[in-house]
Design a protein around this ligand. Sequence first.
Ligand code: ADP
Ligand code: MG
Length: 608
Amino acid sequence: MGRFSWLFPLLAALLLIALRFVPLEGWMIPAAWAVPALLALMEHAADAFENIRGGRYLNNALFTCLSALLLFATGLYTEAVLLLVLTSLTGHLEKSLHDRSQENLDKVMEILPTHAVLVTDVGFERVDPAAVSVGDILLVRAGERIPLDGVVTEGISTIDTVAVSGQRSPWAVNTGYKVYSGCRNLTSDIKIRVSRPYEQSTVRKLTRLAAAATDFPSEQENTVRRFLFWYQCAALALALLLGVILPIFRGNWIVWLRRAAVLLIAARAVTECFGIPLLYRRALSTAEKLGVFSKGEDCLEAMARAETVIFDKTGTITEGRYAVTDVYPVKMSERQLLTIAATAESFSRHPIAAAIREAAGKLDERVIRAVKIRDYPGRGISAFLGSHQVYVGNAALLEEHGIKYNIPARPGTAIHVSVDERYCGYILVTDKVRRRAFDALESLRVGGVKKLVLLTGDVFSVARPIASRLNFDMLRAELKPEEKAKAVGYLMNNKGQRSTIAFVGEGENSGKIMSGADVGIAMGSLGSDAALARADVLVMDRDIFKIPKTLAISRQVYRAALVNLGVGFGTNAVIALFGALGVFSPLAAVIASAACCLLLLGNSLRIK
Ligand code: ADP
Ligand code: MG
């Protein structure tokens, strides 16, 4: 009906008031009232028709039309028009709320670049971001958004990542730093080398994901929709019984038809599925404002029901940035031990490897390159330096290869090194617990989480003090990745029926493990393909507090949906019951139904 669809019900409303002051008689009465009735009916009739054409035979609009017709036919003109007008009014209110939440969800699209500035031999060229290829050099002026993911090749600047990560403090970048599309370059011009095609860039992935989130409705919504179908079938059958079958035997058509009309008013879901989709949409955009992207409404809902939260220690509870604290060489210098380890770890992406490389400093050009590198997930690596086989990893790795090692003198994460089966000593590394980890975990408990579990591949001597200091209920340490997955599986098999298990990990390392839980939450997802692919909920930056915050949003929406259901069905039940008994007049039913609708819409405003 387009932009002016509100005009008809408005006209009908004005006529409704006017007609009450006009003295009319006989056939003039229905004729005059038919005007506002038809004006107000149009919108609902079109809506009902649209629904039926889409295969939804039982729908709110149809029930509105039917009951208005019945009311009109039985001489309740005011009630008929009032029903149509009030339903339009609340409908428009609902639609504007819906549009607003959609607008908020679409805000994320603003990070999509409109153009890129390509650096060519002859100068600069403004091009479509999709036309840029990997390896191209782009100029990003101060104040502009970075159009594609890349690496800084020239310039020093700060970039604001808030649009993609929700993180307020800007990052300093320099030559060699990775930058992500969607972030804003703040202080000075930089040049970047594009590292990924546009379709696979951070912005495209994020916006695709955000746009698809509403395609995955909550279980609450699905269940209610299924139930609503049968509820509406029953209401229709009952209305037929009351309005047609009963009067055939007992007469008194007018009374019974009016009661049937009331029943049909109560057959409506008040708003679209009791306002549940609206609630979830608002929750999605609230989370997005925090820099937390949920892949679906169902993921938020699963989070709301989480009674157990599993943390994969490194990078979630701890910062995931290791530092070497001590070096214990055997028959060589500290420097030699560090150099061997760092060379072997040259290409490893593990945070421990980064720490060892940093401690070793810049390696001599003459040092031999590591070849034939092999990863032992959760244990370490092996590599060949020339013809020498080197193992760098934890005790389990050396044991596996029958190499004797020293028991570390101090508790801590010891990384042992061997060359050609000869033990060379160990390097102690530590990782810091995040500053606000304790408070974040306590907030989870306050939010209703009953069990906190810590999983790690690290040694007990490191994990145990952390677990006890942070009040974890359960700790499993010295686990290989497949054992972590098994531990998640065990918890999944032994959980309460209605509750869910959330797994919080760093997307990069725990992607596979998190798919075993009901809901996988990845921290530090910005730039992580693994997180984008595997996690259900993406916390873009590394703020651990966003987990309890998101949990709070999800619980709030879950409860609000239950309140909506209670109030909606409750009101309908009262209207239907007392209406059928004749205690409730049609006018009262019309007003009660509209009031209930306003209440449900108002409830959704609490989610912001
Ligand atoms: P976490 O549970 O802390 O994420 P990981 O599964 O990543 O642990 O690793 C478990 C342990 O395996 C580490 O604490 C470390 O001792 C060892 N390890 C894994 N990868 C490496 C590596 N690249 N270099 C040295 N040690 C490693
Ligand atoms: Mg790990």
